[in-house]
Design a protein around this ligand. Sequence first.
Ligand SMILES: Nc1ncnc2c1ncn2[C@@H]1O[C@H](COP(=O)(O)OP(=O)(O)OP(=O)(O)O)[C@@H](O)[C@H]1O
Length: 312
Amino acid sequence: MMEELLKVKDLCVYYPVRSGMFKHVNDYVYAVDGVSFDIKPGESYGVIGESGSGKSTIGQTLVGLLEATSGTITYAGKDVTDKHVRKKMQYNKEVQMIFQDSLSSLNPKKKIIDIIGEPLKNFENLKGVALKKRVVELLKTVGLDEEALYKYPYQFSGGQRQRIGVARAVAPRPKLIIADEPVSALDLSVQAQVLNYMKDIQEKYGVAYLFISHDLGVVHHMCDRLAIMHKGRFVEVGTRDDIYEDPLHIYTKRLLAAIPQTNVLLRKKHRDERQRLECEYDSLKEDYYDKNGHVYPLEQITKTHAVALKKE
Ligand SMILES: Nc1ncnc2c1ncn2[C@@H]1O[C@H](COP(=O)(O)OP(=O)(O)OP(=O)(O)O)[C@@H](O)[C@H]1O
């Protein structure tokens, strides 16, 4: 069986809330509250959820921008929860991130050759002609040519900048890329272009993605397995077919029902179903009871879990 590249177990990330003159911590925002999942080499794993559900906090914790409050992160069989361990191994090279906002994530004072070249200098000690050759190769991988080398980020469109962000993330030959809403700031046609480049890169380099998005269409296009996140927890996990064809959790059903129906004949039925789900969802507190009275805690629900419940 294929070993996991990344394994996250019971991850919690709480933000302290401070108040008063002495800024004492008097509460916490439970942004990520006991999340577990794993990603296999070369796989695309999606995390979907609405704004504020905790998706970005997971991504930022995985690349070390935030520290975990509790739980463990294992990468290639080693516990990398501690930042000192991450520093000692190749983790910072092998796990890269693509951010939503390409304008603020690319240094505006640096030329493209320096932006994409930086990880190549740091991790592979490349210089001069060899460095330029690799940067040109990377630019070509995302459909840009040599002319881009000596330009600055502001001289590109949003879609081109995001492709530069992809090229930079791929430069140190990572094994895992955390893509946090990589196309949500782009027009639909440009979104497809960037996503297709990301897919090509996956085929070429065998990189795995953790794909964070609020867009069900994007995740359907990109991911093999996914988790639905709600208030810091995964409420449903499964394969793409499990989730899109046969959703189990009321929250997932509600998210799927929010996709606009293009078939005019089905529109009314779709609207009625959406209203029914909204009413059902509003009446829920912490747990979800299905038609047979089974309790689905507002936690992770999997197909196996539901089948087991039905058999009881
Ligand atoms: N620095 C912070 N201090 C306190 N609370 C925070 C901080 N950053 C995020 N939060 C809160 O943590 C929760 C999760 O935020 P997070 O950004 O991870 O959600 P998200 O699903 O990525 O949302 P979005 O898609 O809007 O970025 C939210 O309630 C948010 O308000």
